[in-house]
Design a protein around this ligand. Structure first.
Ligand code: PLP
Length: 484
């Protein structure tokens, strides 16, 4: 066939496939109840449905979509389901999905401004919008990265670079007697990504000081100050303090203003991990949770957690653009360009060269919902969670395990009557969890609080409404009464 005819045929086939995919997506969102939230496949099931070697000849997109629907979807745990309440519940919204599609079609790589000016400028613009929503001053330079884990790693690398006299970028750390052990401070409740960053940066997990928490799961500032003072006296060099706004287990908020004071006193970099709870700070009535964050050297927030943006999209804000640049800029001849004026070459501010057009989906989400729409949805999630927490509190067989300020509730079954009354509660709650998840009607996850199993109900999907919470409550009630 002539090349133009082949191209026209492929284009028509693609357009038909996109229409079919769009229909499938619409159906999925209209009738999520047709799918179990937690996939029911066994390990190896999905692979087993496909030939073990690659197809010799190409296949039509329609056949491939058949495979997607029949063989792949059953192996999916549906994070985009309104009854997904596990971990931190998230949303791939329509504007976000559209942004992903068009970004793949453009397939640009924004390593330099000129390799796609629209990518760089939409990224700086969208992050400027979010910065304004959070009342952060314009000294903060923002960049989009894949995950909060990467963002914290990049922030901590910048913190290491700020110890300029150690000259670590040039000389490394090993075999240098003049480089003291570096230490990182974070609470017992902080996310494991902080330890992982310490591993990658050569700090070592033993040098991550897990500062004790108070009875509301917040870092104890006095203990932080004592730990830093002790380490400094012993000849160690504090690299950074990482405070958390919205911890992973209980969504507690560290006392960032007091922590910022300690950091200022000791001259230590303050990084804030606000991966989940940051979105609440868009609400005027929750702005206070960002108090003190505006003094931080760096902050990570995840639009892919609570801003309806398909995974992955994390944002790192850093007050010290030049320090980031000093940490990472390295320009071989083949990437030299003279055109950074007021627009950055984004490759200079992190370790990755390639940069996909994630900003497009974020910009679409911000434009589609607008600030009022975003506030309404986040408020709605908090309202649903507070209603659920109220139900738990009033129920004789359930109890709340931690204060619930946002859209996540930690709770457990603690029957007021029957064989399990006050006994073997960890075992009972593990069985409740298993049974709820096996039902396919909802998916919860767990954590440990004070050494005991707690169930977590995280609300963050844009399509979750009161009917899903009512159904969860009924399911919990019937499961618990069947097991206790
Ligand atoms: N920080 C906090 C507080 C989190 O809750 C999480 C994940 O849940 C992370 C960091 C890691 O996020 P990511 O998957 O974007 O690396």
């Amino acid at each position: 066939m002539e090349p133009e005819k082949t191209q026209a045929r492929e284009t028509r086939e693609f357009q038909r496939a996109v229409e079919r995919a769009a229909r499938w997506i619409g159906e999925f969102f209209q009738h999520p109840e047709r799918y179990p939230v937690l996939s029911r496949v066994s390990p190896g099931d999905v692979r087993g449905r496909f030939p073990s070697s690659p197809p010799r000849e190409g296949r039509p997109l329609a056949d491939i979509l058949d495979d997607f629907e029949k063989k792949i979807v059953p192996g999916v745990t549906h994070w985009n389901h309104p009854s997904f309440f596990a971990y931190f519940s998230i949303t791939g919204s329509y504007p976000g999905i559209l942004g992903e599609l068009l970004s793949a079609a453009l397939n640009v790589n924004g390593m330099l401004w000129r390799t796609s000016p629209a990518l760089t400028e939409l990224e700086t613009l969208s992050l400027d919008y979010i910065r304004q929503l959070l009342d952060l001053d314009d000294a903060y330079f923002g960049q989009i990265l894949d995950t909060a884990s990467t963002s914290s790693l990049v922030a901590m690398a910048a913190a290491r670079e700020s110890l300029a006299q150690l000259d670590i970028r040039r000389l490394g750390m090993s075999g240098r007697s003049e480089v003291p052990p570096l230490t990182v401070y974070t609470s017992q409740e902080a996310h494991s990504s902080i330890d992982k960053a310490a591993i990658v940066l050569g700090v070592g997990v033993e040098n991550v000081r897990r500062i004790p928490i108070d009875d509301r799961f917040r870092m104890q500032t006095d203990a932080l100050a004592d730990a830093i003072a002790t380490d400094v006296a012993a000849g160690m060099r504090p690299l950074c303090v990482t405070a958390t706004v919205g911890t992973t287990s209980t969504t507690s908020v560290d006392p960032v203003p007091a922590i910022a004071d300690v950091c200022r006193r000791f001259g230590v970099w303050l990084h804030v991990d606000a991966a989940y709870a940051w979105a609440a700070a868009i609400l005027p009535e929750k702005k206070h949770i960002f108090d003190g964050c505006r003094l931080a050297d760096s902050i990570v927030v995840n639009p892919h957690k609570w801003l309806f943006t398909p995974i992955d999209l994390s944002v790192l804000y850093c007050r010290h653009k030049e320090t980031l640049r000093n940490a990472f800029a390295l320009v071989p001849e083949y990437l030299r360009s003279d055109d950074e004026q007021d627009q950055p070459n984004l490759m200079d501010y992190g370790f990755q060269l390639g940069r996909r057009f994630r900003a497009l989906k974020l910009w679409m989400v911000l434009n589609y919902y607008g600030v009022d729409g975003i506030r309404e949805k986040i408020r709605g999630h908090i309202r649903l969670a507070q209603g659920f927490a109220g139900w738990v509190e009033e129920h004789p067989d359930f109890e709340v395990m931690a204060p619930a300020e946002f859209s996540t509730v930690c709770f457990r079954c603690n029957p007021s009557t029957g064989a399990h009354r006050g006994k073997n509660l960890d075992d009972l709650n593990e069985r409740v969890l298993k049974s709820v998840n096996a039902s396919g009607q909802a998916f919860l996850s767990h954590t440990k609080i004070g050494g005991h199993v707690a169930l977590r109900c995280a609300i963050g999907n844009i399509r979750t409404n009161q009917s899903h919470i009512d159904a969860l409550q009924q399911l919990l009630e019937s499961t618990a009464s069947g097991l206790s």
